[in-house]
Write a protein that binds this ligand. Sequence first.
Ligand SMILES: O=C1O[C@H](COP(=O)(O)O)[C@@H](O)[C@H](O)[C@H]1O
Length: 242
Amino acid sequence: MQLIITKNPTDLAKTAADFIANRIKDVLKKQDRFTIALSGGSTPKALHELLAKSPYREQIPWAQLHVFWGDERYVPIDDEQSNAGMAYDTLLGHVYTPEDQIHVWRTELEPDAAAADYDRVLHEYFGEGNDTTFDLVLLGMGDDGHTLSLFPGTEVVHEKIAWTKAYFLTQQNMYRLTLTASIVNRAACVLFLVAGPKKAEPLKEVLEGDYNPDKYPSQEIKPADGDLVWMVDEKAAALLNK
Ligand SMILES: O=C1O[C@H](COP(=O)(O)O)[C@@H](O)[C@H](O)[C@H]1O
């Protein structure tokens, strides 16, 4: 595991943008497509806005990207809570990635059908027996230690077989659609982006506390053969034994 601490959220976005641009460049020397899973919430917005601008807008071969999402809120894409909607507003609406290479969770279907549909798309895309999945998964971490839509105290945290799940998240009174640790841990690289003082306590527990994924689901993310990078700002890192 690599821990990178940046001064503030602006530096975090810049460091992450450079990391992603370099990773895409390196991977595309060996293959002709780059598969990324985006995260939602508030933290990636600054990163997206940076990637949509010069020099990243010109440097990154956007037409070779294939885009998925790690999780989604069960709302229409034009709802302000939609993770895909946020990514279109801040990034995908400003770069040229062909629409048929962008795979949104189909929230117009019933929740279980939407999860089954995403599972089918992922299995068709990666093919059976392919041990490595995404080239890069971007993740965030909530104030409660959740990542993806793996929330504390939910069964989905322990899912070891299925790649996708839909379930009703009582504390938010909404359905969530999520990839599971089972597929994310097959990625070639997982990059967590974490910023702000509210993340300091859960970050300390996730990285330095006892193993307790029911309380801190982010602990379940440990790529089997891939790289795991935690990129955090100083406020989030404040309690760590650095
Ligand atoms: O609900 C969600 O929250 C997490 C963390 O979001 P942040 O606002 O604290 O950055 C996010 O990673 C996830 O994709 C999203 O659905």
